[in-house]
Design a protein around this ligand. Structure first.
Ligand code: RIB
Ligand code: CA
Length: 313
């Protein structure tokens, strides 16, 4: 049974690879892609999403979302995604347009149609998701769960304390974390474990599939970006989040009481998750991915890219 999902994204190199994985998988039914300002401004990530959808031969609607965070200024991460946002890869310009509905209306409509089965996979700042929850208070009863790439129980990558997606719009993250919707957090704790090493990249690029050439450019770009900060490995943050939805056994999760820092400028976007203890009045609200079998992720990535099938492990 295909699982209906909407992918909210700010493509972005790792978002591109995540969409490739989602499209190739035989387990997901992508009902649509919504775009949010994050890695790059909204116009760029939206055109990138339209071009990627065409390139992947993925005929799904694209709905444009928020051009800036709920309260903060929009700050891009272009240095980590290259000119144009796709690692220098220039795709043919799509002749399609995004749908007229804004992302939040599209999400609510799809949730109504899916009758409680819809899952969100959020790969950028949570601005669209929060806006949808603010406009449609009952939406939280209609979403099955949200898997989001974001946060960290340790150090950050945008600041020493905060991961980029949460840092970009901490108020939106706080709204989502307080919604009561089942949440799965795929944060840096996980994405910096489930990395691709040089040999893995060579193995992945030896596979024959329609996207090998573009994947080579994307992975080699990421190798260069990570080498600049002394890392000889490549985290595929968003692709791991999608993989965790495809294979629910991929990650080990711990249920916790999570809060997002929104007051302090120094700790802006820091995510703190405490164990649910009796004296902890806060209700547990987030399943935090804390461990991943790296080999299993690589095996799954190769299996899906090559055959579309999720390998039995
Ligand atoms: O911190 C990693 C996240 O920020 C990923 O989603 C990447 O695409 C960027 O948006
Ligand atoms: Ca992203």
């Amino acid at each position: 049974m295909h699982r209906p999902v909407i992918i909210d994204t700010d493509p972005g190199v790792d978002d591109f690879i995540a969409l490739m994985l989602a499209k190739q998988s035989d387990r997901l039914e992508i009902r649509g892609v919504t775009t949010v300002a994050g890695n790059l401004p909204l116009e760029i990530v939206t055109q990138n999403a339209l071009n990627i959808i065409d390139f992947l031969d993925l005929h799904v609607p694209v709905a444009k979302g928020a051009s800036k965070p709920l309260k903060r200024q929009q700050e891009s991460a272009e240095a980590f995604h290259g000119k144009g946002g796709l690692g220098g890869v220039v795709l043919p310009i799509s002749q399609n347009r995004y749908v007229l509905q804004p992302a939040w209306d599209f999400i609510d409509e799809q949730a109504r149609q899916a009758e409680g089965r819809l899952e969100l996979i959020a790969l950028g700042p949570l601005t669209n998701v929060a806006t949808a929850l603010l406009k449609y208070p009952d939406l939280k009863k209609r979403l099955k769960c949200i898997t989001f790439m974001g946060g960290s129980t340790g150090g950050g990558n945008r600041t020493p304390y905060a991961e980029f997606n949460i840092w970009a719009d901490p108020e939106a993250a706080q709204i989502v974390w307080e919604s009561g919707i089942p949440l799965r957090m795929v944060g840096l704790d996980i994405t910096l474990k489930g990395v691709l090493k040089a040999q893995d990249i060579q193995d992945v690029l030896r596979l024959e599939h329609p996207y090998t050439l573009v994947l080579r450019y994307l992975l080699e770009f990421l190798q260069q970006v990570n080498a600049r900060v002394g890392q000889d490995f490549v985290p595929l943050h968003d692709a791991l989040a999608v993989a965790s939805v495809i294979d629910a056994q991929l990650l080990d999760y711990t249920l916790g009481c999570g809060i997002v820092e929104t007051e302090s400028e120094v700790y802006r976007g820091r995510t703190i998750v405490r164990k649910p203890l009796l004296e902890n009045r806060q209700q547990p609200n987030v399943w935090v991915g804390l461990d991943v079998d790296r080999e299993q992720f690589i095996h799954l990535l190769k299996g899906i890219l090559q055959t579309g099938q999720t390998p039995n492990l």
